[in-house]
Ligand binder design. Structure first.
Ligand code: GTP
Ligand code: MG
Length: 207
């Protein structure tokens, strides 16, 4: 069997193309429904925008920042994967950041819930959990709520590079146990590209 060179792997880990579509705060601003959608949810600073950028291979597509609460709108990106039909990735505003103004925190729930409950083309919600912090109440509540709404969800650990190698597996197993998952969550890093192939596999499996 011919051995695949590393460059062949890295090409497969990226999208063929990815472009910004629009941003919105309410249903009136959502783009027309079309391609199947994958939403990225999680607390502020967990690495949603960075993971989208790494997954598609366009470094500054979604705005990533050290300032928690950077993504305050729902942002749509049209993505052409290496194979199969176009999909949309939706970068959701982060929750759980105490220092944003109260009005913004109060606005989060209706804004995100209206998207999650009304979007017919939504196929799956990736719930991102910081590998070092583990699951907190908000992530567990979001998962429970998605299950009640019959919306498929996939738990993804982020920033695995910040966790020592010996701590990674135990951290994944702890999340599996706490959330009662059938298997451990996907471990990812926007720094090392860990887990990207697994994420693409999930996207293609759902399409
Ligand atoms: P909000 O838009 O505020 O909700 O945040 P977000 O979830 O989109 O996080 P973002 O992608 O902006 O990342 C937050 C910070 O974490 C940035 O400084 C990133 O560079 C950093 N970061 C994101 N992913 C990783 C990762 O896999 N490894 C490391 N070491 N840092 C990361
Ligand atoms: Mg963001």
């Amino acid at each position: 069997m011919t051995e695949l060179r590393p460059s062949c792997y890295s090409i497969r880990l990226k999208a063929r193309s990815a472009t910004y579509v629009t941003s919105a705060t309410d249903a009136a601003g959502f783009p027309p429904e079309g391609a199947p959608e994958f939403a990225f949810a999680g607390r502020s600073n967990v690495g949603k925008s960075s993971l989208i950028n790494t997954l598609v291979g366009v470094p500054k597509l979604a705005r990533a920042s050290n300032t928690p609460g950077r993504t305050r709108l729902l942002n749509w990106f049209e993505v052409q994967p290496q194979k199969g039909p176009k999909v949309n990735f939706v970068d959701l505003p982060g929750f759980g950041y105490a220092r944003v103004p109260r009005e913004m925190r109060d606005a989060w729930r209706p804004m995100v819930e209206s998207y999650l409950t009304q979007r017919e083309t939504l196929r799956l919600v990736f719930i991102l959990v910081d590998a070092r912090r583990g699951v907190q109440d908000e992530e567990a509540e979001l998962l429970e709520w998605l299950i009640e709404c019959d919306l498929p969800a996939c738990i993804v650990m982020t920033k695995s590079d910040k966790l020592g190698k010996s701590k990674r597996k135990p951290a994944a197993l702890a999340i599996k146990r706490e959330l009662g998952l059938p298997r451990p969550p996907i471990m990812t890093s926007a720094e090392t590209n860990e887990g990207l192939a697994d994420l693409w596999r999930v996207v293609h499996a759902v399409l």
